[in-house]
Design a protein around this ligand. Sequence first.
Ligand SMILES: NC(=O)c1ccc[n+]([C@@H]2O[C@H](COP(=O)([O-])OP(=O)(O)OC[C@H]3O[C@@H](n4cnc5c(N)ncnc54)[C@H](O)[C@@H]3O)[C@@H](O)[C@H]2O)c1
Length: 427
Amino acid sequence: MPDLALPDTSVPDPAGLLLVTGGAGFIGSAIVREALGLGWRVRVLDSLRADVHAVRPSDETTPVIDGVSLDDSRVEFQLGDVTDPEAVAAALDGVSVVCHQAAKVGLGVDFLDAPDYVASNELGTAVLLAGMTRAGIGRLVMASSMVVYGEGSYRRASGADGQAGGQTSEEVDPGAGPETDVHAGAAIRPPARLQSDLEAGRFDPLDPMTGLPLIPALISEDDPLDPRNVYASSKLSQEYLAASWARSTGGRAIALRYHNVYGPGMPQNTPYAGVASLFRSAIERGEAPRVFEDGRQRRDFVHVADVARANLRAVESTAVDSTAADSTAVDSTAVDSTAAGVGSSFRAFNVGSGTVHTIGDLAEALSRWSGGLEPVVTGEFRLGDVRHITASSERLRAELGWQPSVSFDEGVREFASAPLRAAVQSS
Ligand SMILES: NC(=O)c1ccc[n+]([C@@H]2O[C@H](COP(=O)([O-])OP(=O)(O)OC[C@H]3O[C@@H](n4cnc5c(N)ncnc54)[C@H](O)[C@@H]3O)[C@@H](O)[C@H]2O)c1
């Protein structure tokens, strides 16, 4: 087994060198800013994908990318691809921890994107982990996603009351059913929604036994994993690779499953942009935000600054021998159920604000704060979309001491006028 660099103390290394792959991106650049604020020196490895960055630095040594100045003596920028072993080896030189954000993101256009997802995300992670093994670096934090779960978590309606147990939701879906239903409240994984149901406006997943709408619940890291598209399977594959690496090298890896991240620097209107920036872009063009389905899809919108803070908490925590201190810190999800080797571990965490909002709420709040047109609920749908998915971030709060600091109202109000990343011209 390679002798990886695993410090035994719980003292983080603020003077150390942190490699942020994808550090010129929306979330990566927020992580760079947060790390600098905590005293880290940072190296960025980013290929500046042409379908992501409209603005490319004219001089690679002093880039200013999407509003983030990397022309800072504490930040070293390396233009390169994580699939390139030589670029990765150079980027890892002198590094103590890796924060891996580089990926091809979003749902993509069609299946022809599959090789690009697999290369950037799966091969890129494998090359990075092999490079870390060669360089003797044993600490990894990686960006994963809520998409590894597929649909959200649901419970059977409890007949007359229809209450969503244990939720922080503002809205509870109606669930009228027989009062004597012995299955009420049981967890259930709904099958994929049928096109015929969606066309008829039946958007909520139905209980196959009773035909009633299921009650959405908060998803936890122990819920089943069910990636339903190429991007999602590539993110889960990244987790499996990290878990295998930890097991075989004795390294420590943390996967952060981000929910719907929003905030300044989000990409504009591309097939890869999140719904928040699609609404923002529509409002800026003087158009009404178009809300699909009935607008009642439930999501957890988490601010990019809080995601960056979660990453730095995770980075610091990889300095702690969690397996020695607390056996419950060994992951119990399907990804990895055992720690392997002294001090090695893989652990996945949801990163969500903990408050539930609907996509319609988001469109309304953005229109309100930016003085734009009222949203239009169109009833359109995309077959691959999940209906509800909202996070329990209790594990992140309890084990890493993280908590969100930007409320939905505050974050959306700021986002309504925040700069977005320049639009990429379609070729
Ligand atoms: N934005 C979200 O809501 C969200 C949600 C869940 C997970 N994530 C994950 O968070 C991470 C960051 O996403 P983001 O929203 O900041 O995306 P982004 O596209 O803004 O940033 C990704 C960055 O990685 C770079 N990159 C891509 N492929 C690369 C490669 N092969 N080699 C080197 N650099 C490469 C891009 O140039 C870009 O700067 C990704 O891993 C993504 O899967 C994002």
